[in-house]
Write a protein of this length. Structure first.
Length: 116
């Protein structure tokens, strides 16, 4: 038997931290849950502050991305496709996130809220 390097979970979004980071409760099955901060895998949304060389225009895009995702995700159930045991540089687990079957990364890309 070969195991894939990804796992699929249902999760509830408590808070959108910024355009690519969310606080979620993940349903691990068997009535076990885990509260985690998740980072979107494969994209980099614009920052929501002027630190790290962010321009005012990029900050506006970052705030717009956060607002869009707050409307679409907060208080809702999503599906996470995790990258097995992979964490980003700030210790957040990396995952692809889907809402109503649509990729959150695709939503952000469609609105030009990700860095190229």
């Amino acid at each position: 038997m070969t195991l894939k390097n990804t796992y699929i979970y249902n999760a509830f979004v408590h808070k959108v931290v910024d355009g690519d980071t969310f606080d979620v409760t993940i349903d691990l099955g068997f009535s076990v849950t885990s509260f985690q901060r998740i980072r979107l895998y494969g994209i980099d949304a614009y920052e929501t502050s002027l630190r790290r060389g962010t321009t005012p225009e990029e900050k506006e895009k970052g705030l717009a991305a956060k607002h869009l995702l707050q409307e679409r995700l907060e208080g809702k159930n999503v599906v996470l496709e995790t990258i097995q045991d992979k964490q980003g540089k700030y210790g957040r687990y990396l995952a692809k996130v889907y809402i109503d079957g649509e990729s959150v990364a695709d939503i952000l890309t469609k609105h030009a809220f990700v860095k190229q």
